[in-house]
Design a protein around this ligand. Structure first.
Ligand code: XBP
Ligand code: MG
Length: 250
């Protein structure tokens, strides 16, 4: 790698465990509000996560699991309407009950800022979901810590396509070799890899059995001085938590 200049963070599953107890719940509350008999269990949601993007995920659910559903002629518009509601519900949840950040996230972001390592976000989720998570779970001004918040439909193709990472690199005027991506899923890894960016994975319950071939390192989380990470693959040279020196040495 050239000299490390920037970290590009995924959001869902990487900064916080947003999927199971926040996105999934917001989808279900929206379905109930519209009196739809759609209910996404914790297990089913794990299968639906194969498809990134909430609107795309609803379409996938109907195609694969609900061939019985009498689709309205304006199904695309209906999905857009549902998704707007789901986004509102999700944002209300994040402001009323802020989610905890995953271990090491706050520390690594703070250290990056003081070490002059630039920060960006590359995610599939809707932009306001990111700013609300940052504001309520990290700090009131945390959105301004990131030079770019590349999110959602700003690019034509969502992860695993490389578009969102390429967009972030372009906005920050960086080369792939100057960055490390931090991701939690195979779709995220494929996206970052296809943009040529070395990737560190912190797995979670939904992604721990995915194939992370090609990742520079796979950990259970970023770790803390008092709470060491577990290495699932890769070499950390004795480190017990991720910090900038360790990332520079990778
Ligand atoms: C995140 C997603 C998103 C969220 C839901 O993937 O796939 O779709 O699950 O957000 P990644 P929206 O972490 O790889 O970016 O409903 O706003 O799409
Ligand atoms: Mg993710």
């Amino acid at each position: 790698m050239n000299k490390l200049q920037a970290l590009l963070f995924d959001v869902d599953g990487t900064l916080a465990e947003t999927e199971r107890d926040a996105h999934r719940v917001a989808f279900n509350e929206t379905f109930a509000k519209y009196k739809l008999d759609w209910n996404w269990s914790v297990e089913l949601y794990g299968e639906l996560l194969a498809v990134t993007g909430g609107k795309e995920r609803m379409q996938f659910y109907l195609d694969k699991y609900r061939p019985d559903y009498q689709q309205p002629s304006d199904l695309q518009d209906f999905i857009i309407e549902l998704h707007k509601d789901k986004t509102k519900c999700y944002n209300d949840m994040l402001s009323n009950n802020p989610l905890a950040l995953r271990p090491g996230v706050r520390r690594l972001l703070a250290e990056s800022r003081s070490a002059g390592i630039r920060l960006g976000i590359a995610t599939t989720t809707t932009p306001e979901n990111v700013t609300s998570l940052l504001e309520h779970s990290l700090a009131a001004d945390a959105a301004s810590w990131f030079e770019v918040i590349a999110a959602g439909s700003v690019v034509p193709n969502k992860k695993p396509a490389p578009d969102i990472y390429n967009y972030a690199l372009q906005q920050m005027d960086l080369q792939a070799a100057q960055c490390i991506a931090i991701e939690d899923s195979q779709n995220g890894l494929r996206s970052a890899q296809a943009a040529g960016i070395s990737t560190l994975i912190t797995v979670n319950n939904y992604t721990c059995n995915e194939d992370f071939k090609g990742a520079m390192l796979v950990l259970d989380n970023l770790g803390e001085p008092e709470q060491p990470f577990t290495v699932l693959s890769g070499n950390v040279d004795g480190a017990t938590y991720v910090d900038i020196n360790m990332l520079k040495a990778l």
